[in-house]
Ligand binder design. Sequence first.
Ligand code: SF4
Length: 435
Amino acid sequence: MTQKEVLKDRSMVLQKEMIARHFDRLEQAPANHEPVVYTFVPGNLTELIRSFGALPVLPEINALQAGMRKISGDFIAEAERAGHSEDVCAYVKCDLGMVKAGNISPAGTKLPKPDLLLLSYTGCYTFMKWFELLREEYDCPAVFFHVPYQGDGALEPEHRAYMIKQLKEQVIPALELATGRKYDEERLRHHLTLSARAEDDLVAVLQSAKQRPSPIDGYFGTVYYVGPIFSAFRGTEEGVEYYRALREEVEERAAAGLGPIVPDGSLDEQRYRLVVEGPPSWTHFRDFWKMFTDEKAVVVASTYTKVGGTYDFGFRHNPADPLGTLADYCSGCYTNLNLPSRIDMISNYIRDYEADGFVINSIKSCNSFSAGQLMILREVEKRTGVPGAFIESDLVDPRYFSHANIKNRLESYFQMLDSRRRGAGAPSAHAAAVA
Ligand code: SF4
């Protein structure tokens, strides 16, 4: 085995092991009297939860993993039989179906009931309704942390003060009650210090995509890379170790001039560099990815990999200002940004990562992400002069992935990029995008 393979194995093995350990620990949590807090990825307060010695559970991660294992369709059908409409977010229905089926984790272990539902509200109304349903199911306490929407494109000082007040007066008391522990600011600072270290390494990995060839895929590969930091492992020693190993592995690939590992091997020859907006389809993840790699297209940056934090624009958790930094973090999550900020982000990625194009994957059941995407498409095209493609699928509902439609649309999009390169009377970007 070469040195490169050893390093690659190390980060993959580490991630697999740490997830398995976490699910084992969750299964044993009731017996070990370890409190459990359910929360969501955007605006998660993992360092605060950990500072109370509690273990986080992230329902949408469990739903997406069910999608990747192709078992989400049955859970969704179960939820629809129980009366949830076809239009409801598929994550919610998948999670509710999983709960009804015994709340078994993706690792096959039993998930414990929550001692607290901690809802950080970062722009998606569905999260609120989801936890209302779980509160009925578990008859457990819930606390609501309201993160003001960045309507004017920035976090206003009074909004920051409002969030810190809520943390002090509502969230921390709710955690004290649920866990039986007092708030310990030094412990919180410790976890925040670990977060910032892992965030530095993650950003180095994300920005490696500026190179040619890119040593990573900034969407399909990066959804794995952000997994630990978006879920239970931000602010932990395991998280720090994982991101150090990952960075070493990626830097080694970059130094060797190698592309990322993709479904068919190593994508060293890269014909198109793309930016992607929107979540992937988890039920057809590899199939979807292959539609890009078959054309030798690499994704150099994506917005979805920022739903749990926009670290590549400079934010780091700051242990010197423990509650203020949590407010800053929550406010900056991608789902909490207004449309002009999202347009800026995509346009900047196209410029900074020298992308040839961008693809919007519009998710049928995710109104939060999908609203305004056609306007985003037009604005980004106008501002950058780079053409976009618009496709539609769903997160974990397998009924809404049409292989032929998506493949046809992507193929014509790549043909258009080719003709633009040749400068031979390319069709207009918008015509291809909505064809
Ligand atoms: S609607 Fe979208 S953002 Fe909201 S919970 Fe569902 S997937 Fe997440």
